[in-house]
Design a protein around this ligand. Structure first.
Ligand code: 5GP
Ligand code: MG
Length: 177
């Protein structure tokens, strides 16, 4: 088995680059079909989703736009809890069809915050496409529209995902061993 070391941890291959590319093509076909009559706006959640977004976007044949956002969490001045702010969205999303592009959905907290921020602007629709999904960790009740792969509760790196800054450039996905 192909093994790598990042910082202090060893990783083994989990999903090959070939499998990832095949799956991305299928998701692109589904999106091309669903949005054939629309001009959706794809919103990419940085940093991790940039690799998946680039591969997916190249395969879209529909009319579409793309934008990149970050979610910053910080403690409020009153220490009443964590405030979340969406940084980087300059497009007017009112009445638009939105597809959020994520690298991985774990507990679902991040994607829920994203959706809650976006629906304040009253888009026509918000759907979610994620490369990876951990069903055992997911705590929400709603369903995710497009999923690349469902994976167990392992920590994974590669294909945009990092371990303490490293590993995002790996074309395959690796899990801790
Ligand atoms: P959630 O809010 O759904 O619990 O977590 C989402 C975020 O946690 C992801 O965007 C990612 O940054 C991080 N995350 C969750 N699981 C993993 C993992 O296995 N590997 C890496 N590198 N990041 C993860
Ligand atoms: Mg993410």
């Amino acid at each position: 088995m192909k093994q790598i070391k990042i910082h202090d941890k060893s990783f083994g291959i989990s999903i090959s680059s070939e499998s990832i590319q095949d799956r991305v093509s299928i998701i692109a076909q589904q999106l091309n079909k669903e949005y054939a009559e629309d001009t959706p706006l794809f919103i990419v959640v940085l940093n991790g989703a940039f690799v998946f977004a680039a591969d997916l976007f190249k395969r879209l044949t529909i009319e579409c736009e793309i934008s990149f956002v970050k979610i910053s969490s910080y403690q409020g001045m009153e220490s009443t809890g964590i405030l979340n702010e969406l940084i980087g969205l300059s497009e007017n999303i009112h009445c638009r069809k939105i597809v959020i592009i994520e690298d991985i959905i774990d507990s679902g907290n991040t994607i829920e915050k994203m959706i809650n921020e976006l629906i304040k602007e009253k888009p026509a629709e918000v759907k979610v496409a994620t490369m990876l999904f951990k069903p055992e960790a997911f705590k929400k009740t709603y369903s995710i529209d497009y999923i690349g792969f469902e994976i167990p509760n392992d920590f994974v790196v590669g294909y945009g995902l990092d371990y303490d800054g490293l590993g995002r450039n790996l074309p395959d996905i690796y899990k801790t061993i």
